[in-house]
Design a protein. Structure first.
Length: 272
């Protein structure tokens, strides 16, 4: 009897998950930039010297700082000025979202279009999460942005491994499996990279129940808002929101995020 593709997919995920985690090392420039952020003697000039080594990243920073998001009266052409205007938090988000896509982009061309589409959705999810966290006056919304960005590690790595095993799978089933494993894989990768422990800890909130609003609750609410396929007021995370934030647009959207849609679109467009 021929095994179904879903059974093959399920067994492949289980096998991969049981093995020692295998993920590419961070590119040297990314590791250097990450170290620069953590340096007690951090300066924008020092960061600028590192970023100038990557012309594509420099161009992306200028694209963002001169976009409609910041509504500057004049064009910024100096990288030091651009970095100071964007600020520490936005620069970090921009660098890691840009570099993560490049780092994990070595996948089979047959799934390129699908993964690119998912990546754009992930950027929107990350931006919605950050805006919701800001609106709720939570600490370090940029770390929630990065948690969502890094959650796509599972999709990129597993797409590679599935294609190498020559398993043709249903796209919907594949992404359901990716979503099942995504925070587990992201945690493993960030531990391997000796990355921000706060984000690693945040991802560990994905399973244990908690009566207070957690970062993962915010991430899940932003996801539900974007998908718009469930009654959001019926979700456990929604009931943890302050009463002032429990206003919905229709039955599937949070009003507090609905009002931020244009700013979110501009931000995502500048990151692509």
């Amino acid at each position: 009897m021929i095994e179904s593709k879903f059974v093959q997919l399920d067994e492949t995920f289980q096998t991969i998950n049981a093995l020692d985690f295998d993920v590419s090392e961070l590119p040297i420039l990314v590791a250097a930039i990450n170290q620069c952020f953590d340096d007690v003697e951090f300066s924008y000039k020092k960061l600028s010297r590192l970023i100038k080594k990557d012309l594509q990243l420099s161009a992306l920073i200028f694209k963002l700082v001169n976009s409609g998001v910041y509504r500057r009266p004049e064009i910024i052409t100096n990288l030091d000025s651009a970095l100071m205007l964007l600020g520490f938090k936005m620069i970090r988000n921009l660098i890691f979202s840009h570099k993560l896509k490049a780092l994990l982009g070595q996948h089979n061309p047959s799934v390129q279009a699908s993964l690119s589409k998912r990546w754009i959705f992930t950027l929107h999810h990350a931006a919605n999460t950050m805006e919701l966290a800001k609106a709720l006056y939570l600490d370090k919304p940029e770390e929630m942005f990065l948690a969502v960005i890094f959650s796509d590690i599972a999709a990129f790595i597993l797409a590679d491994k599935i294609s190498k095993k020559d398993i043709n799978i249903n796209e919907k089933q594949f992404y359901e499996k990716c979503d099942q494993y995504k925070y587990n894989y992201a945690q493993k990768a960030l531990i391997n990279w000796n990355f921000n422990p706060r984000i690693i800890e945040m991802m560990g909130q994905a399973n244990p129940p908690c009566h207070e609003l957690t970062e993962m609750d915010v991430i899940e609410l932003a996801y539900s808002h974007m998908k718009g396929d469930k009654v959001i007021s019926e979700q456990a995370a929604f009931k943890k929101l302050p009463v002032s934030a429990q206003l919905t647009h229709g039955r599937q959207k949070l009003l507090i995020l609905k009002n931020k849609e244009q700013d979110i679109k501009k931000m995502v467009a500048s990151l692509i």
